[in-house]
Ligand binder design. Structure first.
Ligand code: DAH
Length: 425
């Protein structure tokens, strides 16, 4: 016989087939000997979990074990001294009461789950005891099965009850110190950007006067941005220092006036459009300049559009925008695409500051040369300068926002600082 093999034989003492037997060695539980391999997995399981050994066969059974420090034989006399284990149903009762004890003392979700795994988990005490059913004499199987089921039911419902109780305690703890009668905290709400607000307001005012929305590309060609707008090749605005050009010769539009051309290329009078959008210039960025800014273009073309129409329309617009007592002045100016042309100033009154004029827009009567160049592209005479006239205007939306809310630095409009923006929400 091998040194670490022991032949257990029923004749060695009170070891009986099918009867779990407690095996101890040197006063310590057999399981403490760290058994590594057993010929019978069932033995391994039951010894590990119950510290009990089942002798399965009537014949000889070999048991191997190893201590981390020593390899020893289990001495025969000790085996003979092993007392008879309690009957199976008593064992199940003890498994059940141990499990209920663990459940009862569980203090949280985690320890309750540990108790569940230790008892009715796959390798729990009750499940392993259940696996013994095949070693039990047939006539006892039914009773064994019933006591197993009863134990499982008792343990499961104890777990459920404990679970509910723990939850209740947790809920109470979560709510303790909370005054449910306090008003709810306000949720932060988003808001529209001041530029969006001012643009929408401008659109509303002009739509009430019959202007429709139009648009055009931000990446433009020189023709639509300058040539068709009667701007000669040597005009300073066309300079590379002032305009963003692409290698292709295209450019970022320097104003929204190009939308006038795009619209007149396809529509016939009467034309009444507005075009809000971005414009780009190679300006040094400071408190009043950005290289991307926002304009709103307007164009009215019909058979008898006159300068008083222009003046009335824009005066009405600025009175709607800033209040009817706001003073508006038209100052003669030059733009290549309008004749006569004006700049429009609004008188800004801020409390504690002397009133001052602020330039907000350019405008004028459409230059007949513009109509003619469009007719040439259209190859018709839809914009016959002897029959039709028009006015156009372009205003800076950033300027309008700065005036409306007394914003001193235009950069605030693009910095996305919520301390600034939340004032408009
Ligand atoms: N496009 C001009 C600018 O960006 C503004 C302007 C002036 C627009 C006169 C017009 C106009 O439509 O008629 O400075």
């Amino acid at each position: 016989m091998d040194a670490n093999r022991l032949q257990l034989n029923p004749s060695n003492g009170p070891l009986y087939a099918g009867i779990p037997t407690i095996v101890t060695y040197n006063g310590s539980n057999f399981a403490n000997l760290v058994p590594l391999k057993y010929k019978y997995p069932l033995l391994f399981a039951s010894i590990r979990v119950h510290s009990r050994l089942i002798i399965q066969n009537e014949g000889a059974l070999f048991l191997e074990w190893q201590n981390r420090h020593q390899t020893k034989l289990l001495p025969r006399p000790l085996l003979s001294a092993i007392p008879l284990p309690p009957p199976m149903n008593e064992q199940i009762a003890s498994i059940q009461s141990q499990a209920l004890e663990l459940i009862a003392t569980a203090t949280d979700e985690r320890s309750l789950d540990d108790a569940r795994v230790a008892s009715i988990g796959k390798k729990g005490t009750l499940s392993l005891a259940g696996a013994l059913i095949k070693d039990i004499p047939n006539e006892e199987k039914a009773a064994f099965g019933q006591s197993l089921n009863a134990a499982r039911t008792a343990i499961t419902s104890a777990i459920d009850e404990k679970q509910a109780a723990l939850q209740e305690v947790a809920d109470k703890a979560a709510l303790s110190g909370i005054d449910l009668t306090l008003p709810a905290r306000a949720l932060p709400t988003g808001g529209l950007h001041p530029l969006t607000l001012i643009r929408d307001e401008a659109i509303q005012i002009l739509r009430r006067m019959g202007f429709a929305l139009a648009e055009g590309p931000e990446i433009e060609d020189e023709y639509h941005c300058f040539d068709a707008l009667n701007t000669p090749a040597d005009h300073p605005a066309r300079n590379e220092k002032d305009t963003f050009y692409f290698n292709s010769g295209k450019l970022l539009r320097t104003h929204t006036s190009s939308v006038q051309i795009r619209t007149m290329e396809t529509a016939a009078p009467p034309i009444r459009i507005i075009a809000p959008g971005s414009a780009y210039r190679r300006d040094e960025i400071d408190a009043t300049h950005l290289s991307v800014f926002n304009q709103l273009e307007g164009l009215f073309v019909d058979t008898d559009v006159t300068l008083p129409d222009l003046k009335g329309t824009l005066e009405y617009f600025f009175h709607e925008m800033f209040g009817t007592s706001t003073e508006v002045r038209f100052r003669p100016h030059f733009f290549p695409f309008t004749e006569p042309s004006f700049e429009i100033d609004v008188k800004l009154q801020i409390k504690g500051q002397p009133p001052r004029w602020i330039e907000v827009a350019g405008c004028g009567m459409v230059d007949p040369a513009v109509f003619e160049s469009i007719n040439a592209t259209r190859k018709d005479n839809a914009l016959d300068p002897t029959k039709i006239t028009g006015f156009a205007f372009g205003m800076g939306l950033d300027r309008l926002a700065m005036i409306r809310w007394g914003i001193r630095d235009i950069r605030l409009l693009i910095e996305n600082d919520t301390r600034f923006l939340s004032q408009f929400a």
